[in-house]
Write a protein of this length. Structure first.
Length: 69
């Protein structure tokens, strides 16, 4: 993954995810982090980073084909 995508995640995507974590899904995210064995939280965070970056890229690719309303 490029350095730009990691920067984009840190500056743009992650703050958006933190707002979601503070919203109506707070309990679900908290349940997952509480149930993880010690040491696996960094792995979960890297998986979340990977998934969020690729979801963002998918949105860019497919959004171009959608009609504007």
């Amino acid at each position: 993954m490029s350095d730009f995508m990691k920067w984009l995640y840190a500056v743009y995507i992650q703050p958006q995810l933190l707002e979601i974590h503070e919203g109506e899904y707070t309990d679900y995210f908290q349940n997952i982090t509480d149930s993880l064995p010690d040491g696996l939280l960094p792995d979960l965070q890297k998986c979340e980073e990977f998934t969020a970056i690729h979801a963002f890229l998918l949105g860019l690719r497919t959004g171009r084909g959608l009609p504007r309303e």
